[in-house]
Design a binder for this molecule. Structure first.
Ligand code: PLP
Length: 426
């Protein structure tokens, strides 16, 4: 037999389903999760729509993936690193699990200058989403958690997966044992901490995905004080900090005392177009301890060494180039391009008399349709304009009546989307 004949025979055999089940029970926490993760769910709706209207020119302003090319200075550094791996002198295998020290220092210098964050407190990773899960593994199932409502779905879903949450309640759209901190129009998108229950962990994202709201210095001071008074740890997600265009803090460590109560996660994804390259980081300050005084950083180091083994060296070479003077300048131009898109989207919805938030400090525009279900609006826009958005409800019950529109896209598509939306809602 030729090897490929053998393969095709075994492949035919494996196609026959016998209905056999293993004796392995399904993880009860996985059973608690509601349907699919939001973004694959949006892709499914998108696919169904494309099958129904195969000739429509779809505009994707949904998932929030970057679209603009990565500046050449950055891809050249990655290519050079990759080519060197083919040489005896340039070959490198495993690197430090925590990341290349030059990159850790460059992150400290670029994003935390004058904030006293040291290179050894920065753990380079393959992205913020993976870090959220690693932090959850670090914390375990016995901690209580609070999230902004609406919020990026990975916080809640990873909480459910590690067993921090109770059952999902259909009536409220919330999981038991998770504190939802309402962030809506009524409270200027910042939670009322005077009525918020104490939890061990507070996930806080600023600028927020999906609302686009960046918390002010005063608000973050309140948050740090709240965490200190309650003995809580804040997990601060600053994935969109480079989109801030006003005086709002770009890092929780701009707030005095934050190093004793906060971890920060961040990413090259939206700042450098690295959604596919994969690179991020987490800052775990030396001063942050558990109730018994043990440094959280030491445990996080253990998690990273045991469960990760370090980010790709090619991606890290790209990361270093992003933080070079020229690389950073080139990336600022890309961020400005997306900001320009956000402005067009904000103006479009505002001109239709709708209440629009976000867009100024984040690549997301948050639009309110009072009295409507967010899935209804999502479907109407998809069916009538072939534009994919995200229904606000996908980010939690606080997102009802809203849709999130992403500013990631080619300018021509954004202008075309603006034209179609104006036609629909004129
Ligand atoms: N955090 C927030 C708030 C996000 O919006 C995203 C991605 O959209 C992530 C984290 C994940 O980033 P990464 O691509 O680095 O995993």
């Amino acid at each position: 037999l030729q090897p490929n004949t053998t393969w095709s025979t075994s492949s035919n055999l494996s196609n026959e389903k016998s209905g056999h089940c293993t004796s392995v029970p399904r993880n009860a926490n996985m059973e608690k999760l509601r349907s699919g993760y939001l973004f694959p769910e949006i892709s499914r709706h998108e696919l169904e729509h494309t099958q129904k209207s195969p000739h429509a020119r779809l505009i994707r302003l949904g998932i929030g993936d970057t679209t603009q090319p990565i500046p050449d200075i950055i891809t050249s550094a990655m290519a050079e690193h990759a080519h060197a791996l083919s040489t005896v002198q340039g070959y490198r295998g495993y690197g430090a699990e925590q990341g290349n020290m030059a990159l850790r220092r460059a992150i400290a210098e670029t994003f935390y200058r004058d904030l006293g964050v040291k290179g050894n407190e920065i753990f380079v990773s393959d992205g913020a989403q993976c870090d959220i899960s690693r932090l959850q593994m670090l914390l375990g199932s016995n901690v209580s958690v609070a999230v902004q409502d609406p919020s990026f779905p990975a916080y809640i879903d990873s909480s459910v997966i590690v067993g921090q949450a109770g059952k999902f309640q259909e009536e409220t759209g919330k999981y038991e044992n998770i504190v939802y901190m309402k962030c809506g129009h009524d409270n200027n998108f910042f939670p009322d901490l005077s009525t918020t229950s104490r939890t061990d962990i507070i996930f806080f994202c600023s600028p927020n995905n999906p609302t686009g709201y960046a918390a002010s210095r005063q608000q973050l001071k309140q948050l740090v004080e709240f965490a200190k008074a309650n003995g809580s740890i804040i997990i601060f997600d600053s994935a969109y900090s480079t989109y801030i265009s006003d005086e709002s803090p770009r890092s929780i460590f701009e707030i005095p005392g934050a190093k004793e109560v906060a971890i920060e996660i961040s990413s090259f994804s939206k700042f450098a177009g690295f959604t596919g390259v994969r690179l991020g980081w987490t800052v775990v300050p030396e001063d942050l301890t558990y109730s018994n005084g043990f440094p959280v950083m030491k445990d996080y180091d253990r998690i990273v060494c045991t469960c990760f083994n370090g980010a790709s060296s090619v991606a890290q070479a790209g990361g270093l180039a992003c933080l070079s003077k020229e690389g950073y300048r080139a990336l600022t131009r890309v961020v400005d391009y997306y900001r320009g898109n956000a402005e067009i989207i904000v103006d479009t919805f505002a001109s239709l008399g709708l209440k629009v938030d976000g867009g100024r400090n984040a690549p997301y525009v948050w639009v309110r349709f009072p009295g409507y279900s967010s899935w209804e609006i999502f479907s109407e826009i998809l069916e009538k304009t072939h534009i994919v958005t995200v229904p606000g409800r996908g980010f939690g019950p606080g997102g009802e009546e809203y849709i999130r529109v992403s500013a990631f896209g080619h300018r021509g598509c954004i202008l075309e989307a603006s034209r179609r939306l104006k036609n629909l809602y004129k």
